[in-house]
Design a protein around this ligand. Structure first.
Ligand code: HEC
Length: 118
């Protein structure tokens, strides 16, 4: 009875789950833990590379070579974030660029930390 087979096949096919394009999402707790780990890595990178110029001794009248970066990314909009990332990547005449010293992922971590550095 080929018609019955055809109907059975159509029914089976219709009940098969539709292929999904969504990637599985990590649970919220895991995402928060990832974010915190990134901020922590960013803090380590910041402490290693930046304070020599961007922090100074409070006793000095001009403590900083570069300005204090506190609050740089406070409530920053995407264009402002992009500008800060570019400033870190390219540097300037008194600051080395970090585009070769740090990987893009490390610069992401540094940016994540700077957002909390207020
Ligand atoms: C050799 C000294 C030096 C080091 C090391 C250094 N900077 Fe700078 N940085 C400067 C100077 C000088 C400027 C430009 C003047 C200013 O903004 O204070 C500057 C500017 C910046 C700016 C732009 C500030 C603005 O107003 O938009 C950012 C962001 C920045 N630095 C981030 C960093 C980060 C992050 C690190 C560590 C990965 C770092 N810098 C390491 C000296 C340095």
């Amino acid at each position: 009875m080929p018609v019955a087979w055809l109907i059975a096949w159509l029914l089976w096919n219709a009940s098969a789950p539709a292929p999904t394009r969504n990637f599985p999402q990590a649970p919220a707790g895991a995402r928060a833990a990832d974010r915190d780990a990134g901020i922590k890595r960013g803090e380590t990178l910041f402490t290693r590379h930046c304070p020599i110029c961007h922090l100074g001794r409070p006793s000095e009248s001009r403590p900083f070579i570069g300005r204090n970066l506190r609050g740089t990314l406070k409530n920053a909009k995407p264009p402002q974030e992009a500008a800060v990332r570019e400033a870190i990547r390219k540097g300037n005449d008194r600051m080395p660029g970090y585009q070769y010293a740090l990987t893009p992922a490390q610069i992401d971590d540094l940016m994540a930390y700077l957002k909390t550095y207020n």
